[in-house]
Design a protein around this ligand. Structure first.
Ligand code: ADP
Ligand code: MG
Length: 333
């Protein structure tokens, strides 16, 4: 037993969402990785979904910050403030400091990793350890990571898409690209601006992606249109407009193609044995980006390998990070 009386935590510190797993209990908290601060005093005003609703709507005295960018810490102090809040919330009124396992994308530098460990300690951990995100995702998705068989997992989050093949308890080959859900939202904002002369916010773009975005242009033809609101670039006035699923999906193509290239590249680097295992078991998708409509079909079509979405794709990394708390004893020795 570690830290008698105190339960340990697994934290998925994502670019879009932070998810906390409490040892012995499971996931206890899921919140957007957003903090609202007073611009003058720096005081934290709110954290999580309340802060997210403020994005794009703040007066001068408040700023809503997403402290993680592309899978790494972009704003150290705000990350610490956010983690402190979530650690306290997850632990409730138990005493003592927890050991904390945090996941990090596979491609990050030692300095970026160090920053995550330091931030977690400052936020209240007795000590902090990191686990590579694709490995955690694979554990959370229930893949046989310890077996002598190759598995492939593709985690599509807000900031990064992490692709990895895993066998015998380790990552065999991996790629991390800074192209995922956020870039999809940006692409929609750009597209609507260029082709419709309408300026829309990040949240409106994200909602469009969820509602009528598709990885397949062909499928998008059958999906109809929806109404959006923004600011007309010509008149400068608010405006309502129809946008089609085809428009949204056209905007998404570039990011989807980049994700497919990363998967193909990783497959090309794997040994014939692991490639054969992947054909047998298929590719498993995790992360919120896995929910983009028709993404599994499009990836399967491009790679000729079956593709599945993990159960509860948004939770996989947190569950895997939490389950790996069991090995903290081993890591410490
Ligand atoms: P991170 O681990 O980086 O915090 P998540 O795994 O939580 O990211 O996934 C968040 C991303 O998933 C966001 O970009 C969000 O827009 C996207 N997402 C969530 N649900 C859907 C959906 N139904 N369709 C498309 N994208 C989605
Ligand atoms: Mg993630």
């Amino acid at each position: 037993m570690l830290g008698i009386g105190t339960k340990n935590l697994g934290i998925d510190l994502g670019t879009a969402n932070t998810i906390v797993y409490l040892e012995g209990k499971g996931i206890v908290l899921r919140e957007p990785s957003v903090v609202a601060r007073n611009t003058k005093t720096n005081e934290v005003i709110s954290v999580g979904s309340e802060a997210r609703d403020m994005i794009g709507r703040t007066p001068e005295s408040i700023t809503a910050i997403r402290p993680m960018k592309d899978g790494v810490i972009a704003d150290y102090d705000t990350t610490v403030a956010m983690m402190k809040y979530y650690i306290n919330k997850a632990l409730g009124n138990t005493n003592g400091k927890p050991y904390v396992m945090v996941c990090v994308p596979s491609g990050i530098t030692e300095v970026e990793k160090r920053a995550v460990i330091d931030a977690t300690r400052v936020a209240g951990a007795r000590d902090a350890y990191v686990i590579e995100e694709p490995f955690a995702a694979a554990i959370g998705a229930g893949l046989p990571v310890m077996d002598p068989t190759g598995s492939m997992v593709v985690d599509i989050g807000g900031g990064t898409t992490d692709v990895a093949t895993i066998s015998l308890g380790g990552i065999v080959s991996s790629r991390s690209i800074r192209m995922a859900g956020d870039k999809m939202n940006d692409a929609i904002v750009q597209y609507v601006r260029q082709h419709k002369n309408l300026l829309i916010g990040e949240r409106t773009a994200e909602k469009l992606k969820w509602d009528i975005g598709s990885a397949s242009l062909e499928a998008a033809e059958q999906m109809g249109t929806t109404e959006i609101r923004g600011r007309d670039l010509v008149t400068g006035l608010p405006k309502t407009m129809e946008v089609s699923a085809k428009d949204v999906s056209t905007a998404l193509q570039d990011v989807v193609e980049n994700i497919i290239s990363a998967i193909k590249g990783t497959l090309e680097e794997t040994s014939p044995e692991i490639a054969a295992d992947v054909i047998d078991h298929g590719i498993v998708l995790t992360g919120g980006g896995a929910l983009l409509k028709h993404l599994p079909d499009v990836i399967a079509d491009a790679t000729k390998v079956p593709v599945f979405i993990a159960t509860d794709p948004l939770d996989c990394v947190a569950v895997g990070t939490g389950e790996s708390l069991k090995s903290i004893d081993v890591i410490k020795k």
